[in-house]
Design a protein around this ligand. Structure first.
Ligand SMILES: Nc1ncnc2c1ncn2[C@@H]1O[C@H](COP(=O)(O)OP(=O)(O)OP(=O)(O)O)[C@@H](O)[C@H]1O
Length: 325
């Protein structure tokens, strides 16, 4: 449904800064009816990709087909099947929920019984049914975002693109927004691609993409991604992460992944974590600030794919910043 092939985009740079490759032969496809999340550290190229998909920028090379239509050859046709929720609010806060929806419908020439049917449908997917006459400025941040969604749904898009739509929302408003999206996906069979930094949002989507440096590092279901790093994981915060990583590798033969001050021992199966934790604690207690066992979540997957393992030879220090923390 969304087919991105070999997309490369370089920002030309100026007198003081050199050119920057924001997308590097990126290939990614979201199947019809799928809900996919696009994540990646700051500067990985998500916004650049989003701007290209919305038709706001042209890439240096590569192709994009949305619902089978070539985005660069027929952008107007693509716009007809696309709904976009941008990061910046696009509703009029002085107007009511109903007025905002009406205004958007007018823009697209939707009126009469068709208008009523679509509005009622959009309202049923969101939590706005009893707020129609309320001014948007009096709504909570979460409901105001839902007005944007309801507005976009009026055109019955087949594909929905959302750029970090839950930024700034509290966890329960975020959950409500996500629930609305899942309802739309289920009942309309809509294809959804959403950028996000919040990994809890990605737990129940169909696929999660992780980008870095303009490339796709991983793209799979949340379950498959988590399975890559085992069922248990030991996380250690030592006094000196660099030296301790080397100790664990050389003395205990453990594969260590470093993330800032933290060392992660992954690929541990059920029941292996506790003996490993005990062994480390027994031998190195004075060097350890904290140690724990956990089941890997998507944030751990993100750290796993965007940070490097401690190599067998010279240590290559990793900074937490690089992995987007
Ligand atoms: N207008 C621009 N001119 C020059 N370089 C740019 C421009 N926009 C982005 N870049 C560079 O392109 C790369 C990708 O940036 P992009 O904003 O697409 O990443 P991102 O993943 O959306 O980051 P964030 O999560 O911080 O929004 C970065 O190195 C960035 O500095």
């Amino acid at each position: 449904m969304i087919d991105i092939q070999d997309l490369t985009h370089v920002y030309p740079g100026g007198r003081k800064v050199g050119p920057r490759k924001a997308l590097d032969s990126l290939t990614l496809s979201v199947r019809e009816g799928e809900f996919a999340i696009l994540s990646g550290p700051n500067g990985s190229g998500k916004s650049t990709l989003f701007r290209i998909l919305c038709g706001l920028a042209l890439p240096g090379s590569g192709s994009v087909r949305i619902d089978g239509i070539d985005l660069f050859a027929e952008p107007a046709r693509v716009r007809r099947v696309l709904g976009v929720v941008f990061q910046n609010p696009a509703v009029d806060k002085q107007l009511s929920v109903a007025e905002n929806i009406r205004l958007h419908a007018d823009l697209y020439g939707i009126s009469g019984p068709e208008f009523t049917a679509r509005r009622d449908e959009a309202l049923a997917w969101t939590d706005l049914s009893d707020r129609l006459d309320q001014k948007v400025e009096t709504l909570s941040g979460g409901l105001a975002r839902q007005v944007e969604l309801a507005k976009v749904l009026m055109t019955r898009p087949r594909v929905l693109l959302l750029d970090e739509p839950t930024t700034g929302l509290d966890p329960s408003s975020r959950r409500n927004f996500l629930d609305a999206l899942h309802r739309v996906q289920r009942e309309r069979g809509m294809t959804i691609l959403m950028t996000s930094h919040v990994f809890s949002e990605a737990e129940d989507v169909d696929r999660v993409a992780v980008m870095k440096d303009g490339r796709l590092l991983a793209y799979d279901s949340p379950q498959a991604l988590k399975a890559r790093i085992g069922t248990e994981m030991v996380v250690v915060q030592p006094d000196d992460a660099e030296a301790f990583a080397e100790t664990l590798r050389v003395e205990l033969g453990l594969a260590v992944r470093r993330h800032g001050d933290e060392l992660r021992l992954e690929e541990t199966e059920n029941g292996e974590g506790l003996p490993m934790l005990e062994r480390i604690l027994e031998r190195y207690r004075p060097r350890i600030r904290s140690i724990s066992i956990k089941q890997p979540d998507l944030e751990d997957v993100f750290v796993h794919v965007t940070s490097r393992a401690v190599p067998d030879h010279a240590q290559a220090p990793e900074t937490g910043k690089e992995a987007g923390r």
